[in-house]
Ligand binder design. Structure first.
Ligand code: ATP
Ligand code: MG
Length: 609
């Protein structure tokens, strides 16, 4: 339960709404208990007129407003019919006032919960954005989404309905029990006795229902994931002719879901009848015991009627105790899960006084070692490299040799476990993260495009957006301009989820354009031409050569671009530099580079008919 304390700041923020809400709840309940009192008075009045009636005993105690009403009606010397009519109208009026107050109670408390939900979602989203790559590697997207949607809405069930029912319950019980005790302590105890059993039973049934619905929720999520995967992987399924197997798998999951859903429906079917039974028993006890008392003292008939109405008033809020309690439990569990994330602090942070000046100058990797935190894989080992400002560097190496890791460390997706990285003689840890990343463009190996227009995707990194000319220029540099013009809506064509409507090469080139438009000081291309043909590659390399003339560039690839004059070529092996130097030097060295170069040359020759 202590987890819910996190929500106090929100209750405090919306305290005005909250307190007004409490006032409306109390007001509506005050008018709710007027009806039984006036009914009791009317029944007593009728009973007095029956033959053989006993004279009324001492006048029952009512609350002030009801007392005033009775005194006024009695002292006005009205006829019996008029008294009854006015009493009925007063009951009707109190019901209307109660209804209006209930409307405002929902308007304040439920609306407050919606505000809290909104704030909470924003808080979580903002926090998610602050968390670093490591966090995203260790938590699945589904989990993150679930916490932001499912858990937040469970917490809302607490801040809204549960809190409202709780206040309602306390205030209604307060009003009813005070009124009942004032009239007959003995009868009060007897008729209230079954109510705790009712609350406990409902709590129990509710727990069963919750457990079952949670299981159903999990099954449903499996089913959705299953369906989602088979839709996005439909080409794989079809090419392996696995449609039938997939259908069988889906059917099995679906069958399991159905079985559980039917089970839940059965439990729910008992829920309402058992509630009605409990309420019935309470009413029965009141009538039975009250009836026996009335036999001895007929002036008590009004009291019995009044008590029966109290019981009926109380049954709904009391039966909501079980519901509310399990709602609070679920909200506490959800808030605990949310707190786990909210209390996770990013490890990649700015220093207390970060540098915000533009980053430029030589890049220096000083004895950098790096081990991935969650897998323990040692990706870089005493890696040393100096890149002079304006240099174009080629980074080669077998798959898994640590090339992408270098790029990620430069952008501070991770901090090195040993050594440090400097740009312009400043440790990158001292540079403000935003400034650092604004000045480095990173074209990632696995392209990700947003579900947005081509223009939207290319100008993504620009805070102020870009004009059409700049977008087209960037697309021109990455040799994708002509293809974009060929799309149905040109630059306004929407790119589907993960850019499904585009070819691999088109996606790569749009992501290059996105990096170029930023006009960064440093640019890192991570294997970003792997999906384009040799001719286009040649064209892009030519363009890049012009574009990059004053920029520092690190080009990671598995192929050697022979038309590009690199200032330095690095060959990486198991996380350390194994060869380094100019093309001529490395050819003379006769190592991995020379081998790759010769292999590529033979391949290219073979391609020429
Ligand atoms: P490729 O040419 O295939 O892209 P690479 O040279 O870019 O390979 P890296 O991605 O830097 O290689 O990976 C270096 C090592 O670190 C590999 O052994 C890889 O399995 C591991 N690795 C890479 N990314 C992660 C990660 N996010 N978490 C854990 N280990 C990782
Ligand atoms: Mg890589």
């Amino acid at each position: 339960m202590k987890h819910l304390a996190t929500l106090n700041k929100y209750f405090w923020k919306y305290r005005k709404r909250f307190f007004i809400g409490i006032f409306f709840v109390m007001g509506s309940n005050y008018f709710a208990v007027m009806a039984p009192q006036i009914t009791g008075f009317v029944v007593n009045l009728v009973q007095q007129r029956l033959p053989g009636a006993r004279p009324a005993g001492s006048r029952p105690v009512h609350d002030r407003l009801v007392d005033w009403f009775i005194t006024t009606v009695q002292s006005a010397h009205l006829s019996f019919g008029w008294i009854i009519t006015i009493s009925c109208l007063t009951i009707l009026l109190s019901a209307i006032i109660r209804g209006i107050l209930m409307f405002f109670m929902r308007q304040t408390i439920i609306v407050m919960s919606r505000h809290i939900e909104f704030d909470q979602k924003n808080e979580i989203y903002t926090h998610y954005q602050r968390l670093d790559t490591h966090f995203y590697r260790t938590h699945s997207t589904g989990d993150l989404m679930n916490r932001m949607t499912e858990d937040v809405s469970r917490v809302r069930m607490f801040t809204g309905p549960a809190v409202m029912y709780l206040i309602n319950l306390v205030s209604l019980i307060g009003f009813c029990v005070v009124n009942m005790l004032r009239k007959d302590v003995h009868l009060t105890i007897l008729v209230l006795a079954p109510l705790p059993i009712l609350a406990a039973t409902i709590y129990f049934v509710n727990s069963v229902i919750n457990k079952k619905s949670e299981k159903i929720q999990a099954l449903l999520s499996d089913l959705t994931t299953n369906a989602q995967e088979s839709f996005s992987g439909i080409r794989v399924i079809k090419s392996f002719a696995q449609e039938k197997a997939m259908l069988g798998f889906f059917r099995k999951n679906s069958e399991e879901y159905k079985k559980n859903a039917v089970g839940l429906a059965k439990v729910e079917a008992i829920y309402f009848p058992s509630m009605a039974l409990m309420i019935g028993i309470s009413t029965l006890v009141t009538i039975m015991i009250g009836g026996m008392q009335a036999l001895q003292d007929s002036s008590k008939v009004g009291l019995i009627v009044e008590f029966v109405i109290y019981i009926n008033l109380l049954t709904f809020p009391v039966s909501a105790i079980g519901w509310t309690a399990s709602m609070i439990q679920r909200a506490a569990a959800s808030q605990k899960r949310l707190n786990e994330f909210l209390q996770t602090e990013p490890t990649i942070v700015n220093t207390s006084d970060p540098l915000t000046a533009k980053v430029s100058g030589d890049i220096l990797f000083k004895d950098v070692s790096f081990t991935y935190p969650h897998t323990g894989i040692r990706a870089l080992e005493h890696f040393n490299l100096k890149i002079r400002k304006g240099d174009k560097v080629l980074l080669l190496g077998r798959t898994g040799s640590g090339k992408s890791t270098i790029a990620q460390l430069l952008l501070r997706f991770y901090d090195p476990t040993g050594g440090n990285i400097e740009i312009g003689s400043t440790d990158i840890k001292k540079i403000e993260l935003k400034t650092l990343r604004e000045q480095i463009s990173y074209v990632q190996q696995d392209v990700f495009l947003f579900s947005d227009s081509v223009t939207g995707n290319i100008s993504f990194g620009l805070a102020t957006g870009a004009n059409r000319d700049t977008v087209e220029q960037a697309a021109g540099f990455s040799s994708v301009h002509k293809e974009i013009l060929g799309f149905s809506n040109g630059y306004e064509t929407m790119i589907g989820e993960r850019g499904v409507t585009l070819s691999g090469g088109q996606k790569q080139r749009i992501s290059i354009a996105r990096a170029l438009i930023k006009e960064p000081e440093i640019i890192v291309f991570d294997d970003c031409l792997s999906a384009v043909d040799a001719k286009t590659e040649h064209e892009i390399i030519g363009n890049l050569y012009r574009y990059l003339h004053d920029k520092t560039a690190i080009i990671i690839t598995h192929r050697i671009f022979s038309s590009f004059r690199f200032d330095n070529i690095i060959v990486l092996e198991n996380g350390s530099v194994s060869e380094q130097g100019s093309h001529e030097l490395l050819m003379a060295n006769n190592g991995y580079y020379a081998e790759l170069y010769r292999l590529q040359l033979t391949e290219e020759k073979a391609e020429i008919p």
